[in-house]
Design a protein around this ligand. Structure first.
Ligand code: TXA
Ligand code: MG
Length: 313
């Protein structure tokens, strides 16, 4: 099964395929997902094995709206209602205790479930046609860079997977993961920044932890290219310039002869371009990918977070 353009008909066929326990890839506004029926253990099992994902790393269930979210969670309260009203559809994943109808397998054996309502026409039509929650991790092999185009998904999974092509993802960085189980805690930084969330949930903690138990997918080296990646200042880059290295730079290096990928200067466009640039740099066969350290500040937090992880040993 090849990459298919996400026409109405293709979406309907994909929904039928999901009903039969199949697994497909579909676009969201953040990254492409590898989706299956949340309530079907066999479909969930396929996702884990296709992705090579450790069985304790829970999946995000994609829902059309908050009433769907309420059906698969426990404790959907006024705060969750306000969060959904403000940020859904969009890149916010809310973690709550799971409802009994959800198999533990869909949550990596945990008692909690992450839910989010994606803001992408194709994802929403797919949910609508399928009529139930779709669990989907990012559609990359475990531990590698997330895909922001249908081609990226095909690069990782080949032609055996049905991939709905809905173009390049707008955001380019995965959703913000917010646990509402106890005290509100950000488990993964993402496109929605902490200050926006704290307007609704007044005290919000950003988890510093990279332990498997909290949010397994946030362990370091989860967002890494195969080539070693280092972060450097423009000055260090100038001093280190080598033809064996691919450089991702924001400030252009005048007269440089090395292989460089010019990155956008604003955070939104940078995020949008980051994973594609990392994949491009990875394909060169250089010894190192050298990334110019991006600016700091709220809007750059998720980008710096992913780069820090990608550069960790
Ligand atoms: O933007 C996104 O979130 C994309 C698109 C496809 O929706 N999905 C995505 O899924 O990035 P994945 O599986 O690659 O990352 C989900 C993250 C992981 O770090 C996982 O551990 C965490 O969310 N997570 C999911 N459910 C959780 C739960 N019940 N408790 C704690 N962490 C959870
Ligand atoms: Mg992922």
């Amino acid at each position: 099964m090849p990459v298919v353009s996400a026409t109405q008909r293709a979406i309907l066929e994909a929904a039928r395929f999901l009903e039969g326990g199949g697994v497909i890839s579909f676009p969201t506004e953040t990254v492409y997902g590898l989706g299956g029926d949340t309530l079907n253990k066999k479909a969930i099992q396929k996702i884990y094995s296709l992705k090579n994902r450790p069985s304790n790393n829970p999946l995000i269930a994609h829902v059309l709206n908050s009433s769907w979210a309420k059906q698969i969670t426990c404790g959907w309260d006024e705060k969750c209602h306000l969060l959904a009203e403000r940020f859904w559809p969009g890149p916010l994943t809310i973690v709550l205790p799971k409802a009994n109808c959800v198999p533990k397998e869909s949550c990596g054996g945990h008692n909690t479930i992450g839910v989010r309502s994606p803001n992408h026409k194709v994802a929403r039509e797919l949910l609508d046609k399928f009529g139930g929650p779709i669990s989907a991790p990012s559609a990359n092999k475990s531990g590698q860079t997330s895909p922001t185009s249908a081609e990226h998904v095909r690069d990782d999974f080949g032609n055996d997977l049905l991939i709905l092509d809905g173009g390049n993802c707008d955001q380019g960085i995965e959703s913000t993961v917010l646990s509402m189980v106890d005290c509100p805690t950000i488990l993964r930084l993402g496109s929605i920044d902490v200050s926006a969330i704290s307007e609704i949930v007044h005290t919000v903690v950003v988890s510093e932890s990279n332990f498997q138990t909290d949010s397994p997918g946030t362990t370091n080296r989860h967002y890494s290219p195969k080539t070693k990646l280092v972060l450097q200042s423009p000055r260090e880059i100038e001093a280190s310039s080598s033809k064996e290295i691919v450089y991702l730079t924001i400030v252009s290096q005048p007269g440089c002869s090395m292989k460089t990928i010019q990155m956008p200067t604003d955070a939104q466009s940078y995020a949008n371009r980051l994973y594609a640039a990392m994949r491009e740099a990875d394909s060169v066969g250089s010894t190192t990918i050298c990334v110019e350290r991006p600016p700091i500040g709220n809007e750059w937090d998720a980008i710096n977070d992913r780069l820090r992880r990608a550069s960790s040993n």
